[in-house]
Structure formats: structure tokens, C-alpha cells
Design a protein around this ligand. Structure first.
Ligand SMILES: Nc1ncnc2c1ncn2[C@@H]1O[C@H](COP(=O)(O)OP(=O)(O)OP(=O)(O)O)[C@@H](O)[C@H]1O
Ligand SMILES: [Mg+2]
Length: 299
């Protein structure tokens, strides 16, 4: 029998990666979450979506949040963005308490949230105009953000004329045009096909390199989390709690070939074990799902 592939520990870091994390820890704290709890009162009682969640994210860090469905990822993003108030605990952006939505924080959702009656350029101009910019300066700002996301040729197109990936590029440009200090992204590529998703991940890293922004990115996808992140926050479900904050040992710049490198596979496997502990795969034997007799060739 072939020997199982021996992976290094996900805690092993090359000297370069360890030095990068050392520098990351020296940077100012962009986002600080302390003892965050969020409960919802429902007809079936109190649901604790998040329980005593604490972590901090440093300036220009790229952090992913991962965890099973229902573990409170979207609730976390909404509380951090100020769209929901926490039940208890404290959220600070560069030391300032968050008490509602603000221009220092941007948000990109999975569903397309562009104004369908406006062109790409008008969608991106919206934020600067609301912030009091003149039409001329809003337009020239919008053009720069549209160029950054590679959609200059489409600045006069309407959202329904764009592919899913292009719409999300516009959503990113529109969020960045408000010049937030922290950007929250809740499964922004979740509705895209696999190939477009990969392209968008590389594209997002290019944008992140060129913009002074700290990113908190929520995903279900293990490869996406490892590919993008400096660190990954793993949440446990019911109630949503911090399971582990993981430093990704994969060097930067990231490229697709790294998916098969031992450090990538080691950290991916570790997170997979945290989220899907061995022995908890109940669905495999679920009688409800077995609609035909067993076939030894189909396993
Ligand atoms: N407005 C609400 N009212 C009542 N319960 C809520 C509300 N919003 C979220 N919840 C509950 O809080 C928990 C966390 O939900 P949330 O949507 O944050 O999870 P999630 O990790 O984003 O899930 P998914 O991966 O499916 O997107 C769930 O049990 C959900 O039912
Ligand atoms: Mg969600």
C-alpha cells in the first residue's frame, strides 16, 4: 500500500513567513472585537448567534472567517459593519467604537446590490456624491476605481449587461469609492462559477495590494480562505464562538500552483478537520437520502 503523504504541521512557518507575521503584529490594530455576543429573540426562544467573540485585525491584514453554515458569520459581518447592534461586547475601528454604519467601513455581499437603473459609473459615483463630492470629482474618482477593477470599457453599461463576476467587481469598486478603512465581504464570490471565482480571488489580491485597506472576508470555501488570508478565524457553531485563529504558513505573493504545496495542504487539512471533525459525517448513513439499494461499484 502506498504510504500516506506526510504533511508538515500547519504551525510550521518558513523564516520569511514567520518574519512577515512578526511585522504584521507590529502594525496598528484596525479592528478590535471584544467579548461580542449577539442573541436574537425568536418565537422559538432566544438564539445565540455569537458568544463572547474576541479578536483583532491589523492594518492592511487580509483575514478570512470560516465556519459551518449557521455559525454566525453573516451576523458577525453585519455587527462589525454597524448594521446590527451587538447584545453585549465592543467593536472598535482604529480605536473608535462602532455604533452604526459609517464611511470607515464598507461591505460587499454575495447577492448583487447594484442599482439596476444606474450605469457602472453612476453606481460607483453614488458614494462620493453622497459624501458631498462635486459631479466632476465624483466622476473622476469613479473612473479610477473602475479602472482598478478592470472595467473601464464597461463604465456606461448597466448591471444586467454584466456577468456575475463583473457585477461583483463593480460592487467592490463601489464599496472602495467610499474610501473605507476596513472592508467586510460576506461570501462575495459564492454565486460565481469555479473558474470565475478563482480569477476574482487573484484579482481581489491585486486590488488589496494597491489600496490601503484591511479586509475581513467571509467564506465557506477552504481553498479560498487559505489562498486569500494572512490569518483565518475559524468559528464553531451553536453558538458561534472562536475555535481558532490560524496563521496561514503559505508565502506571498500567492499563486494557484500553491494549492498543491505541503504548507497549503497542511493548513487546509487542519481547518477541514476543525469544521468537519472525523466521525461526524452523519449524512453518509442517512436512510432519508438513500433512495436506491447499495451498489458496491458506486461508493
Ligand atoms: N434576524 C435574525 N433573527 C433570528 N435569528 C437569526 C437572525 N439572523 C441570524 N439568525 C440566526 O443566527 C444564527 C447565525 O446565522 P448567520 O446567518 O449569521 O450564519 P452564517 O454562518 O452566516 O450561515 P451561512 O453560512 O448559512 O451563511 C443562525 O442560527 C440563524 O438562524
Ligand atoms: Mg451567512
Amino acid at each position: 500500500m502506498a504510504a500516506a503523504l506526510q504533511l508538515p504541521s500547519y504551525l510550521d512557518q518558513s523564516p520569511e513567513v514567520a518574519a512577515r507575521f512578526e511585522r504584521l503584529r507590529q502594525r496598528p490594530v484596525a479592528l478590535e472585537v471584544s467579548g461580542l455576543t449577539k442573541t436574537f429573540e425568536t418565537t422559538r426562544g432566544t438564539v445565540t448567534a455569537l458568544s463572547d467573540v474576541s479578536f483583532s485585525v491589523h492594518k492592511r491584514e487580509f483575514m478570512c472567517v470560516i465556519g459551518p453554515s449557521g455559525c454566525g458569520k453573516s451576523t458577525l459581518a453585519r455587527v462589525l459593519a454597524g448594521l446590527e447592534a451587538p447584545t453585549s461586547g465592543d467593536v472598535r475601528v482604529y480605536g473608535q467604537p462602532v455604533s452604526g454604519p459609517g464611511p470607515d467601513r464598507g461591505m460587499v455581499f454575495q447577492s448583487y446590490t447594484l442599482f439596476p437603473w444606474q450605469t457602472v459609473k453612476q453606481n460607483v459615483m453614488f458614494g462620493p456624491l453622497m459624501a458631498g463630492a462635486s459631479r466632476n470629482s465624483a466622476e473622476s474618482e469613479a473612473r479610477q476605481w473602475i479602472e482598478l477593477v478592470g472595467l473601464t470599457k464597461f463604465e456606461n453599461a448597466y448591471p444586467q449587461q454584466l456577468s456575475g463576476g463583473m457585477k461583483q467587481r463593480v460592487a467592490i469598486a463601489r464599496a472602495l469609492a467610499n474610501q473605507p478603512r476596513v472592508l467586510f465581504m460576506d461570501e462575495p464570490f459564492g454565486a460565481l462559477d469555479a473558474q470565475t471565482r478563482c480569477q476574482m480571488q487573484s484579482h481581489l489580491l491585486d486590488i488589496w495590494k494597491n489600496v490601503d485597506i484591511t479586509i475581513v472576508f467571509i467564506t465557506h470555501d477552504l481553498d479560498e480562505a487559505v489562498f486569500l488570508s494572512d490569518r483565518i478565524l475559524v468559528l464553531d457553531p451553536h453558538p458561534g464562538r472562536v475555535r481558532e485563529m490560524i496563521e496561514v504558513p503559505v508565502p506571498r505573493p500567492r499563486h494557484n500552483d500553491q494549492l498543491f504545496e505541503p504548507s497549503f495542504m497542511a493548513v487546509r487539512k487542519h481547518i477541514d478537520n476543525l469544521i468537519h471533525p472525523p466521525g461526524q459525517e452523519h449524512h453518509k448513513e442517512s436512510p432519508v437520502l438513500r433512495l436506491v439499494a447499495r451498489d458496491p461499484d458506486i461508493v
